[in-house]
Design a protein around this ligand. Sequence first.
Ligand SMILES: [Zn+2]
Length: 184
Amino acid sequence: MPFIRLPSNQEPLHAPARGPVLLLTCMDLRLMDEIVDFMDSDGLNNRYDHLIFAGASLGALGAPDAKGDYSHWNKTFADHLAVAHRLHGIKDIYVLEHRDCGAYREFLGYEGDFDDYHGDAEELCHRKYTGMLQQFIDDWAKANNTTLRVKAFLMDLRGNVKYLEPQEPASARRSSKPKARAKR
Ligand SMILES: [Zn+2]
């Protein structure tokens, strides 16, 4: 049984995965040990397929806003998703982004370059692409008559992980607003 280190700042807000998981991460060389620690701390030791794309969600989407053409990466991601689903029956997908991501700078230039004093802008940028990937995975699941749960996370350079809880869909926000008064 390996030693399991619980990340100190991790708030356990997400429901634990019950079956095999597909993990998508960036290739960043600084965080490989921390990624394994995080998965161990979530009870997923030896229970996940690990896909690595530079930029995690941004790479898996085929870097849609990049100058170069990486669109074929999206097909590669979909192919791997299909194989993981067929071989291991994955039901949960963990999308693990990280701060100070060189691939975000590489693909997005200035828009993907963040310092330590504007954390919200960095998180918002990662939320944009994890949200787009969630939509892509939802569409893929629908087309393949299955259901997949996507959980997105953002890791800092100490290995602490923040769960990026799903945003309320625009349609739900609209319906929760009080209705306008009827004109008399
Ligand atoms: Zn990265």
